[in-house]
Design a protein around this ligand. Sequence first.
Ligand code: PGA
Length: 261
Amino acid sequence: MSIRPLFVGNWKMNKLRADAQSYCDKFCELLSSGPELDADIWLSVPLTCLDTVKDALAGYSGKNSDRLAVGVQNVHWLEKGAHTAEVSAQMLSDAGARFSLIGHSERRQYYGEDDEHVALRAKAAIDNGLAAVVCVGETEEQYRAGKTEQVVKQSLRTSLSSLSAEDCKLLNIAYEPVWAIGTGLAATPEIARDVHRLIRAELQELYADSGAQVRIVYGGSTNPDNISVLCQQEDVCGGLPGGASLDPETFYKLIVNGLGA
Ligand code: PGA
């Protein structure tokens, strides 16, 4: 069975609602005038833009409309309670989110999130019907020390510790080397190939056939020029651009080039 590619635009902390609206208008215009794209196309937006993007996408019924989904950038693991500023998976689902990023390196680096939190968040997301995009990746220091394999393996094992083979239906993995994020220095196709291969092997060891179907996307300084060769590597099932997703034309071009469409 072949895996449908996935492209997730991570807006991070960018865009006001009016920007989100004009982005969606332009993006849908591009989707309707281009070829059929055999990929899922997700927008990971700030909470304040969730409603705007959800409505904009719901109002679009043209070409590729069934491929689109809106989601968020984090999710809390508890259902409700005294957790000021947090938002639960149930609330996000109720508000129209279809997926969440989990364990993005900026959350790990600046907000102290670790693999144990990631495991809780991923389980809560999936139990509430949200797809999870679990992010793993080594820091520059770990990369230089030749520890990529060890770090990614360990991080993956712990991050997925609460998930079953059944949960794989809603699971996606993003390999995002921290040294490649926002630096303009993407991983080479060989590095991406090797690490994605390692992640695939781990997934299959943990979940057998179900693990073979989980999408593994690459993120870290992807752009319309470098995405094609990255996506040609075995087990690279799409991309997770940050900067290159902020402009609708660039994001669209990245997807088209990634698919070789
Ligand atoms: P970048 O970000 O494409 O701007 O490097 C990717 C990410 O952080 O997900």
